[in-house]
Structures are given as structure tokens and as C-alpha cells.
Design a protein around this ligand. Structure first.
Ligand code: ADP
Ligand code: MG
Length: 616
């Protein structure tokens, strides 16, 4: 007798359910996606006990007539595709016709549905995959699905569920994701009779993000400019600005054609785009939406559709990287604006106005030859700091009578009024704190600049720039020194001599295990070149190990060289401080060091007033 048997429909559904329905949150995902596919404008979700005892989804979508209501519980019954060709260009969330029968086979299930034009609706009750009753129902147009006692007939599955709180937080995350992908739809979420959120319809993505995650997070985000995309791939959304990141991917949300997905090409694009604006082991917060022709992506590769496969992943990677770079670039202008109190990068419209004295007889509106006023200087030349509204700035100025012996050194927290700097930028240097932080006054308050981080950033960008042209400027040592290394280290060094040379670190093999240090990057002022070379080597070898086969890129080496090239605890002279500030502001990514730490932080007058109890 043959050993192979066909499974009964009920068992087959349970097997399928094992793939689709991992936990309560997967039920929520499938049901909400169905509601969205049905064109709903409002979706209400209620759960009890982490979704284990109840999940209810009520929508105002298309609804189903009786035939469809019965059909939708059959496996592979779907209204969304007909042929294999349709599958290749599917634009709905669902297409397998598996979710409802799977869910109904592992729960106590109730479906009530009614198309808008129908007189009456249909209610179907299913228990562990068996239809219990079908009857007329008088619900409002749309569909209600209730899923009770999930996995009641699959005790093994049920055992794998986590605490109610954990399951509930997965559900909440799932709903947040869906709500972000559809800001136009109203969402209501109730957990154990408590209203968790109620999101109005017709919102923009920004509003949605703010409603879900709060103003504080929203403030840390940069919009991805519309101009960032070209061709058939469009990237939009919000990303966190440099210096703001998480230690895991929980808020790194990426959507492909409205579907939340994880994908290595997207992740690689994010890393590439942020480049040095991201610390190792940190993940940006993103709400990134990638839109491309459905035919260019395969969505049918994962049981829960969490993954997709791109036909041309490298194009996606570069589109994402470009979008991130564009957002950071634009964010930089705003960052400067914020730090300096100056206007953001746009040219004020005032410049387009009619000149004060129109040429006699000429109508300025129709005189194309009127030379436009010169555009305002970039932010380095804006007016001196404006005093904050309720705080007299002068209260913070030390009296000019402070006499100074060493006028070239910055005393901690002492300002120099006798030799006012030209107002080339919008910061006034107040002094040096703990030989580490440059204290600056901006239009909005106090700015602390981390001298070390700033130096690193400047040096790093210089090196990368010079490297692209001719190699970093290096400075020959007056007295070359010899450093000795172990065999493994020597090996490594010999393999990387050339890259180190382009960074300005000139080493020459000098017999077995010894190297002569001939030159160092020009910007480096070091007391002990030996120590420097050793520290750089140590770190690079560690990085090389953890990156396993990954070749050490030039930028990794540049970062490391910079880290060791710059020393904190340097007494800055005033001209050096001014130079540092200007060099930093001229950087591509001035707001963080090459390792992603911030270079400047600001304490606003508002925050100070709060601290001093002037304002509540
Ligand atoms: P799929 O979404 O892959 O088509 P499902 O099992 O999730 O498979 O749903 C089966 C069918 O039931 C859908 O194709 C759709 O026609 C119908 N359906 C499911 N949920 C709803 C709903 N909330 N409103 C209207 N129709 C629905
Ligand atoms: Mg579905």
C-alpha cells in the first residue's frame, strides 16, 4: 500500500497557518492588510490579553457578498490575482489567499461583512477550521473579523507565545508600521479596553510620525528631499539626523511599495548614505519609502512577506544612499541655521522684490535688466548674534576691564572683548572649558564645541579630499624614528604601506620587523610618532579582525589615523580656535566626527531659563 497520503483540507490549513500565523501580531498584520486592500478609510483594532484571547478588526472597506464571504475561507481563494503574470506585478498587500483560512483553522473565528449597496450582510462563525453557522447580519457596511482563543487547538504553538505584554507590543509595532504606510487612513487601537491611539485620517507622513512617536523624535528627523530620486526608483520619507541613532533596528523602518520590509540592499544603502555620520553598532531611525515598478521587485519570497527580492539590488542601494546623502546635505544647512540662528539655506524671497528706487520711467516688473541685489552672504557672514528675547545678552559679557597677561591664550570661560573678532560667522568665542570644549555664544544660547571631535572631522575630510587628488599632505620627520613590530604586525604593515602612505603616514621597511617612520600627516602635531604609529596599527588590526574578510577601506584607515592624530587637552590659542571653528563649518558633515559623535551641542536660552526657574 502506498505510504503517501493527501492531507485533509483542515490539516493542510493548519500547516499553512504555521507559516503565516506566527503569533497574534501576524494575525493583526494579515487582517489589517486585507482591510487596506479593501480600500478602507478607517480601521479599528481591539485586542485582549496580548491578542491571545481576542483580536477584532473592524473596517469600512468594500465588504463581501455572501458567496465571497464563504469563498474567502477556502485556501488559495483570492480576489487579487488570477494568473502567474498578475503575481509578477502584484500591487496589493495580499495575493496568496491563505491568511483567512489559516487564521480560521487555528482560532474561534467570526466574520461579519456587508458590501455598501447590499441590504443585508453575512455572518460566518468558524471553529478551528469548521464552519459552525452562516446567517444574515445587519452590520454597518464593511467587514468585522474577530479572532478568539488563538491556537486553542494547537497547544504546541500556544506554548511558544511570550507574555501578553510582549505579544501586545508586537501588535502595537505592527499597527504603527501599517499606520505609517497609510497616513490617509484613520486608525484606532484599543488594548484591553484602553485606547492606545486614535489617528485621524488624511494625515501626511510627518503628522503620522509625530502622532505615533511624539514631537521629540520628530524634531530629530530630516525629510528626504523630493529631488533625491530619479529614474523609476523613488525614495521619500524621514531619516534621523547624525548623532541620533539607536542600538538596534527597531525604528529603522523601510517600506517598498507600501510594504514594510527588511532587505540587505536597503540596509547597505543606509550605511553608505550615512557613511561617517553613524557610529559603529548604531542604527538610524528611518521612515523610508521606496517606490518602484511592481515588476522590478519580487514580493513572493517570504511566508510573512517581510522580505522582498529586488531584480537590481545595486540600483536600490545607490538610490537609498543618494537619498540619505541628499537629506543629510539639506539637513546640514538647517543645522547651521539652527546653531547660528541664521536662516536656512533658501534665498530669502525679499531678494526677488522690486528695488527701492526703480529706474525712472521703467516699470520694474517688466525691466529684466535690473541687476538683482547680490544674494546674502552664506551663514558665515550673517549679522552678529541677536540677543534672545527676554535675556539681556550683555548680562553674559564679562567686563572689558578684565586684564589679561597672556592675551593669546584662551582662559577658561573668559571672553575677549578688547580684540573683537570680525563678524565672519555667527558664533562668538567665549572661552575654553576644561581644555576640551570651546564655549561659543550663538543667537540661541550657549554652544559647546568638542575640540577633539571637531578636529577629527576636519582632518578626516581633508585627508579624504586630498587622497582623491594626490594623497594626503605629509610632513617629513626631521629625525626619522625606527619602530619594531612582531611578525604578524609587520606582515600587515607591509601589505598596507601604500594606503598608509596616501594617508600621509610614510613608513619604510627597515630590516626584519622594523620600520622607519619617515613622515606623518601634515596636520598632526605629535610628541611621540612611535606611539602614534603603534596605536594606529593596533586599532586597524582589531578593526580588520572584526570585519573578517572585509578589506580595510581607505576611509577606515583615515578614520583611525584621525582619531590618533588629534589630541585633546591642547591649549588652543584664539586664532587657532577661530580657525578650528571656521574649518569645521566648512566641512561636508560638520555636525559629527567621523565616528558619528556630535561635534557641537547647544544649550538654548529657553533651556537655561528653565534651569534658572525664570520660566516654567
Ligand atoms: P489574500 O489577501 O491573499 O487575497 P486572504 O485570505 O487574506 O487572501 O483574503 C481572501 C480574500 O478575502 C481576499 O482576496 C479578499 O477578496 C477577501 N477579503 C479578506 N478580507 C477582506 C476585508 N476586510 N474586506 C473585503 N474583502 C476581504
Ligand atoms: Mg490577505
Amino acid at each position: 500500500m502506498s505510504k503517501i497520503r493527501l492531507l485533509t483540507e483542515a490539516v493542510a490549513s493548519q500547516v499553512a497557518a504555521g507559516e503565516v500565523v506566527e503569533r497574534p501580531a501576524s494575525v493583526v498584520k494579515e487582517l489589517v492588510e486585507n482591510s487596506l486592500d479593501a480600500g478602507s478609510r478607517r480601521i479599528e483594532v481591539a485586542v485582549r490579553r496580548g491578542g491571545i484571547s481576542l483580536i477584532r478588526v473592524v473596517d469600512d472597506g468594500s465588504g463581501m457578498d455572501r458567496d465571497d464571504a464563504l469563498l474567502c475561507l477556502e485556501r488559495h481563494a483570492t480576489s487579487k490575482i488570477r494568473t502567474g503574470t498578475d503575481l509578477a506585478i502584484v500591487s496589493t498587500m495580499g495575493f496568496r489567499g491563505e491568511a483567512l483560512p489559516s487564521i480560521a483553522s487555528v482560532s474561534k473565528f467570526r466574520l461579519a461583512t456587508r458590501p455598501k449597496e447590499a441590504m443585508a450582510g453575512t455572518e460566518i462563525v468558524v471553529n478551528g477550521g469548521k464552519i459552525q453557522s452562516v446567517r444574515d447580519a445587519g452590520d454597518a457596511p464593511g467587514t468585522t473579523i474577530e479572532v478568539r482563543s488563538l491556537f486553542f487547538n494547537l497547544p504546541a504553538r500556544r506554548k511558544f507565545l511570550r507574555t501578553e505584554n510582549t505579544e501586545a507590543s508586537h501588535i502595537e509595532h505592527q499597527l504603527q508600521v501599517q499606520a505609517l504606510a497609510h497616513p490617509e487612513v484613520a486608525f484606532v487601537y484599543q488594548r484591553d479596553e484602553r485606547l492606545v491611539f486614535q489617528l485621524p485620517p488624511g494625515a501626511g507622513l510627518g503628522d503620522r510620525v509625530r502622532d505615533l512617536y511624539g514631537q521629540q523624535l520628530y524634531r530629530e528627523l530630516l525629510p528626504v528631499p523630493a529631488t533625491a530620486s530619479e529614474g523609476t526608483i523613488q525614495v521619500t520619507g524621514f531619516i534621523s539626523q547624525p548623532g541620533f541613532a539607536r542600538s538596534n533596528r527597531s525604528q529603522q523602518l523601510c517600506f517598498v511599495n507600501g510594504r514594510a520590509v527588511e532587505n540587505p540592499a536597503i540596509h547597505a544603502g543606509l550605511r553608505e548614505g550615512y557613511h561617517t555620520a553613524l557610529m559603529r553598532g548604531q542604527y538610524p531611525v528611518t521612515f523610508l519609502f521606496i517606490q518602484l515598478p511592481p515588476g522590478d521587485v519580487d514580493v513572493n519570497v517570504h511566508p510573512a512577506k517581510r522580505e522582498v527580492r529586488f531584480h537590481r539590488p545595486s540600483e536600490i542601494q545607490s538610490a537609498v544612499a543618494d537619498a540619505i546623502r541628499a537629506a543629510l546635505q539639506e539637513g546640514k544647512e538647517n543645522w547651521r541655521g539652527r546653531m547660528t540662528g541664521g536662516p536656512p539655506a533658501e534665498v530669502p524671497t525679499r531678494d526677488l522684490e522690486i528695488p527701492d528706487h526703480p529706474p525712472p520711467g521703467g516699470n520694474p516688473d517688466t525691466t529684466p535688466d535690473v541687476p538683482p541685489r547680490p544674494p546674502p552672504e552664506p551663514e558665515l557672514a550673517i549679522d552678529p548674534p541677536r540677543p534672545a528675547p527676554s535675556v539681556p545678552t550683555s548680562a553674559f559679557h564679562p567686563e572689558p576691564s578684565v586684564t589679561r597677561t597672556d592675551s593669546d591664550r584662551l582662559e577658561p570661560a573668559a571672553a575677549d572683548r578688547e580684540t573683537p573678532e570680525p563678524a565672519r560667522h555667527d558664533f562668538r568665542i567665549l572661552g575654553l572649558l576644561g581644555k576640551l570644549y570651546l564655549l561659543l555664544e550663538s543667537a540661541e544660547g550657549l554652544v559647546l564645541l568638542d575640540q577633539h571631535a571637531a578636529h577629527e572631522r576636519i582632518l578626516y575630510e581633508q585627508m579624504m579630499r586630498q587622497m582623491e587628488s594626490q594623497g594626503a599632505a605629509s610632513q617629513g620627520l626631521l629625525f626619522p624614528v625606527i619602530v619594531e613590530f612582531g611578525p604578524r604586525e609587520s606582515d600587515w604593515l607591509r601589505n598596507h604601506l601604500e594606503t598608509l602612505q596616501t594617508m600621509g603616514v610614510g613608513l619604510e621597511p627597515f630590516g626584519e620587523g622594523s620600520f622607519k617612520v619617515e613622515s606623518l600627516p601634515a596636520m598632526v602635531r605629535l610628541r611621540d610618532p612611535r606611539q602614534f604609529v603603534r596605536a594606529v596599527l593596533d586599532e586597524l588590526m582589531t578593526a580588520g579582525r572584526s570585519a573578517s574578510k572585509l578589506r580595510l577601506g581607505e576611509d577606515v584607515i583615515a578614520k583611525t589615523v584621525c582619531r590618533h592624530a588629534v589630541k585633546a587637552h591642547d591649549d588652543l590659542s584664539r586664532p587657532e580656535a577661530v580657525r578650528l571653528l571656521e574649518d569645521l563649518l566648512a566641512c561636508e558633515l560638520p555636525y559629527c566626527c567621523p565616528h558619528g559623535r556630535p561635534t557641537m551641542i547647544q544649550i538654548t536660552y529657553a533651556e537655561l531659563e528653565k534651569k534658572f526657574g525664570r520660566r516654567t
